[in-house]
Design a protein around this ligand. Structure first.
Ligand code: SAM
Length: 336
């Protein structure tokens, strides 16, 4: 297999405090091993060793990252000339230099002088460079990188406002995509057993994953099918109760379960207490997911994991308003 060793700098979206980093780590873990070197509010730097196709996958799938860069090194602002003189930085012409964090014109000029002195035919293109040197400034330090790519954001066309079937429960496409990534599914079968308008299924289907959906409301089942079809995807969507999931599908059947549980506010719970529904539903989800695979579940309260027999990998909290803090639980099935 084609392996690579690379240092990557990810420019994080400010959308959430913990989800962007968790999404990157989940995706990197699918392709090899990694080590977090540094994390600031704006970016995170990793050493990665593993399969080369990680790059294509990050480009296609990342939701909460603005840009991905090859990290070349770090130095004090005053030492930037020495860095470029001593380090072999491959630059294909035309090139450009950009700064992030703070614009210091003098730095761009100093770096440009060195690059252009070293090159036989220097040439700049701000619009279509073959190499984009990108400098991230933090205090008196500069992080020197080369742009690799901007993740494909065409999934934003799936936003609830663009879907033919809309309900207030519909989930933000960025969160839905991030949750699919947190499930660490590469390919195979994913189910959302409380699928609502199909937000999670649309994102998973757009990544080439085979999707299954379920909802207790017939209108939601119809609406999810309509939404999937509208974007050119297909899925197996049925009417049913999440707590009977393990009666409808064989044990160890799915590669991932990803869902946003009903809160009993915009979507009704029927005649069952919320905590009872959640604990029964999680047991059923655990039964249908394969060993070593993940259940990613969004809920509006802490859930009791005592009898769930899954390993808690991480929890991400998001304060929506005074009375609502949503949580995303990432759980792994360790044994049958
Ligand atoms: C929060 S919404 C899901 C929203 C979805 N992620 C989306 O993007 O549209 C929860 C859904 O669970 C469904 N639901 C409620 N109780 C259920 C049950 N016992 N079994 C299956 N679905 C249920 C509701 O009809 C609702 O559509």
């Amino acid at each position: 297999m084609d392996n690579m060793k690379i240092s990557l700098l990810f420019q994080l979206s400010g959308f959430h405090s913990t989800l962007p980093l968790a999404e990157i780590e989940a995706m990197l873990s699918l392709y090899g091993s990694f080590n977090l070197l540094e994390k600031t509010e704006r970016f995170a730097i990793f050493d990665f060793v593993g399969k080369r196709n990680v790059i294509d996958s990050l480009r296609r799938r990342l939701s909460l990252v603005h840009g991905v860069f090859e990290f070349l090194g770090r130095c004090k602002l005053g030492d930037i000339e020495t860095f470029f003189k001593e380090k072999q930085v491959q630059i294909e012409m035309p090139y450009r230099i950009r700064m992030h964090g703070m614009l210091i014109n003098d730095v761009i000029d100093r770096v440009a002088d060195i690059i252009e002195n070293k090159s036989l035919h220097p040439c700049v293109s701000l619009e279509h460079p073959k190499t984009s040197i990108e400098l991230f400034i933090k205090g008196k330090d500069v992080y020197i990188t080369k742009l690799l790519f901007y993740p494909d954001k065409s999934f934003m066309k799936h936003s609830p406002k663009h879907r033919p079937f809309i309900r207030p429960v519909a989930m933000d496409a960025r969160i839905a995509r991030c949750m699919v990534n947190l499930s660490r599914i590469a390919n195979g079968k994913l189910i959302d057993p409380v699928c609502g308008t199909g937000g999670i299924l649309i994102e998973a289907a757009s990544m080439g994953i085979k999707v299954y959906g379920m909802d207790k409301e017939r209108t939601m089942v119809k609406g999810t099918k309509q939404n999937l079809e509208f974007f050119g995807y297909s899925g197996d969507v049925m009417q049913g109760d999440v707590i009977t999931l393990d009666k409808l599908f064989p044990h160890n059947y799915f590669d991932a379960v990803v869902c946003d549980m009903p809160y009993g506010i915009s979507s009704s719970l029927g005649n069952i207490r919320r905590d009872v529904l959640y604990s029964k539903a999680i047991v059923a989800m655990r039964n249908v997911v394969k060993k070593g695979h993940y259940v990613v579940i969004m809920v509006p309260e802490e859930i009791n994991l005592l009898n769930v027999k899954m390993k808690l990998i991480e929890i991400h909290k998001e304060r929506v308003h005074t009375n609502l803090t949503r949580r995303i639980y990432v759980l792994r099935k360790e044994c049958d």
